[in-house]
Write a protein that binds this ligand. Sequence first.
Ligand SMILES: NC(=O)C1=CN([C@@H]2O[C@H](COP(=O)(O)OP(=O)(O)OC[C@H]3O[C@@H](n4cnc5c(N)ncnc54)[C@H](O)[C@@H]3O)[C@@H](O)[C@H]2O)C=CC1
Ligand SMILES: O=C(O)[C@@H](O)C(=O)[C@H](O)[C@@H](O)CO
Length: 311
Amino acid sequence: MTVRKIAVLGAGSIGTAFAVLFAAAGATVRIWDPLTEARERALSDVRTRLGLLHANGLLDEPPERALERISFSEEAVEAVAGASLVQECAPERAEVKRELFARVAAGVDDDTVLASSSSAIVPSSIAAGSDRAAQIVVGHPGNPPYLLPVIEVVPSPASRADIVAAAMAVYRDAGLSPVLVRQEAEGFIFNRLQGAVLREAYCLVRDGVASVEDVDTVMRRGLGRRWAFIGPFETADLNTRGGIASHAAKMGPAYERMGAERGQHDPWSPELVAEVAARRRESLPLDEWERRVAWRDEQLLRFRKAFDGPA
Ligand SMILES: NC(=O)C1=CN([C@@H]2O[C@H](COP(=O)(O)OP(=O)(O)OC[C@H]3O[C@@H](n4cnc5c(N)ncnc54)[C@H](O)[C@@H]3O)[C@@H](O)[C@H]2O)C=CC1
Ligand SMILES: O=C(O)[C@@H](O)C(=O)[C@H](O)[C@@H](O)CO
């Protein structure tokens, strides 16, 4: 990583995880949290997790050396001085995030990225009334970011293009795969997808269709294994000879009925299916479909051996 200075504001679950990510990537990290016990717990957690990464070949220096790049500040405005990116990790309340960015506004440079870790709050709500609104984006990770390499970068209409680009670059340098969310939507991509699954999972338990454990088993030993290396569109594409257009023709009506049962009327229109199918065909011509299905099975075999022992 280009040696950068990162400020982490909030040393809870995700702030600690970001400190591990950025320190392991070579950055200097300044952490601030209002609670002394949070700072103390964070130091212990960071040390443990850097050791985990090193023990598994994901940190190519002694953990103590990476830990030397992490320090704690008594004041938030001190933590952000000279930072190229501020990762806000305060509680999921818009007013808390707004107040925190206001508190450090005088301490950052005009090209400092101000990134909120928010799980669902759109950046325009966090940036409302801020003199630094052009520098504010959401940088939403999967937990933990040092092991889940995706992050959603969500600009508001006020976010400057160079700030968005800088955020993407910092996260890429830290080993993440940044995804640009093209329109503000509560929950962005990650938590809207996760929310759709959780909504249905709660309904299945509520209606007595499945136990909590069985819902998790179906995900853990079924859906989740495929989704660990191919997304929902590629999964459907590879499930059906003829690809996703064929899948939609066969399964579209059933999925539409399931959605209507939950009061959601968003059928896969022919135009929408054609748009998705065209993108899938650009990624995988149909004459390569068999080969990709074989590749899929090879990945699932790796999971079987890793998680279930010999097949
Ligand atoms: N925990 C998770 O799996 C993920 C959480 N997030 C988001 O990250 C943010 C933080 O979440 P968690 O780390 O889970 O919360 P947490 O409750 O574990 O940590 C929050 C920390 O913020 C500190 N804090 C309280 N008031 C503060 C203030 N005014 N300024 C700075 N820090 C303050 C608290 O002392 C605490 O240490 C939330 O917006 C959350 O939605 C995003 C992705 C994943
Ligand atoms: O699931 C994740 O890792 C994140 O996308 C989240 O935002 C958290 O789960 C969130 O829902 C709870 O803090």
